[in-house]
Design a protein around this ligand. Structure first.
Ligand code: C2O
Length: 359
């Protein structure tokens, strides 16, 4: 059976998995506010709604950047227990990834959307609602999220809009690794960094990683999306094979690279980006994920045989529950995440040098 997020209100519990609680810089109390709403079925945006294009964060127009900062500032000013608040949005990730929810009837089976075929669709939905919420607070009908264009040499550093103006900047986060702020991201980073000190070499290495993630290491849906994850107890003849898809692995590297170096007293979990429970407190989280989501589109657009979504019913019918921009609770299914035309968002084009960068 498909993984089915229960009613996220009554079933939610404190998150305690996957992070060190002692000295943690953020909280594991991640359950969403209860507005006593019943869950509605998702409806696609109207066919008449315009498609907005997400833009590379290193080259947004003044209007794009201003609207984005304005919206983030506005949700930071909402009370924490508002479902649209900066904190509530950050806690969604913590609840879904660190044990906030369990499978209906199996309180010891925590739902975890990473390291499996839920990775791409879950995050696509998360961003979908986040973008519509921010659009509302931006007051800009053209609002679309930026993407951190780490597959393009010109976009491989943390985008400047996240670094300028210090603490006044709504995109500022104090829990980032200061050594990495001015550097080219390392798409194979792990805690024991070998540091390619030459940015040109790092760029070449990154392009090779993206090439492999979208081609040679992603020749079928399992390799790209990750391994099967279904509701307990599953089918003994066709058991779960949870594993990370090709892009998820380099995605993890970016998380750890942005977050602080782990330190038992000052940052036991590599906060913020270095652990799922705290990652979404950094606005960079969302623009990292828009680019991850863009990789899904680019992989499909390559048009290679095998480049298509899983067709298993247990993938198609897996579902999650979110608050939408009108504070309604909505249940959404993987199958409805596939067609971004119907979801009315797209990506501005950007250079794809990785296509010529077979390692
Ligand atoms: Cu839900 Cu980048 O992780």
């Amino acid at each position: 059976d498909p993984i089915t997020t229960p009613d996220i209100i009554s079933s939610c519990q404190e998150s305690t998995s996957g992070f060190e609680q002692k000295g943690a810089l953020r909280t594991g109390k991640c359950c969403p506010p209860n507005l006593e709403k019943t869950i509605q079925l998702f409806e696609f945006p109207s066919k008449l709604e315009k498609t907005r294009k997400r833009w590379p964060a290193h080259k947004g127009s003044k209007k794009q950047v201003d609207s984005y900062k304005k919206a983030i500032q506005a949700i930071r000013h909402l009370p924490d227990d508002h479902p649209h608040s900066f904190v509530s949005q950050a806690k969604i990730h913590c609840a879904y990834c660190n044990g906030g929810y369990t499978e209906t009837g199996f309180p010891d089976k925590e739902i975890e959307v990473h390291n499996s075929w839920l990775f791409f669709p879950f995050h696509r939905w998360y961003l979908y609602f986040y973008e519509r919420i921010l659009r509302k607070y931006s007051g800009d009908d053209d609002f679309a999220l930026p993407y951190w264009n780490w597959d393009n040499p010109e976009g491989m550093k943390i985008p400047q809009i996240f670094l300028e103006d210090g603490k006044q900047n709504p995109l500022y986060d104090e829990y980032r690794n200061p050594d990495h702020l001015p550097k080219v991201v390392n798409l194979t980073f792990s805690t024991d960094d070998y540091l390619l000190d030459d940015p040109a070499k790092q760029i070449a290495c990154n392009l090779g990683v993206v090439y492999r993630d979208l081609t040679s290491n992603a020749t079928n849906s399992e390799a790209f999306f990750g391994g099967k994850y279904t509701a307990y107890p599953g089918d003994p003849n066709n058991p779960d094979k949870r594993s990370a898809g090709s892009v998820e692995t380099s995605h993890n590297a970016v998380h750890v690279w942005v977050g602080q170096a782990k330190n038992p007293t000052s940052s036991p979990n590599g906060e913020d980006m270095g652990n799922f429970y705290s990652a979404a407190y950094d606005p960079l989280f969302y623009v990292h994920h828009t680019n991850v989501d863009r990789m899904w589109k680019l992989w499909k657009d390559l048009g290679t045989a095998g480049h298509s979504e899983p067709t298993d019913d247990d993938w198609l019918n897996a579902s999650y529950v979110f608050y939408d921009e009108n504070e309604n609770l909505v249940r959404v299914y993987n199958k409805d995440s596939v067609n971004i035309d119907k979801l009315k968002f797209d990506y501005e084009e950007s250079k794809t040098l990785w296509k010529n960068s077979r390692p």
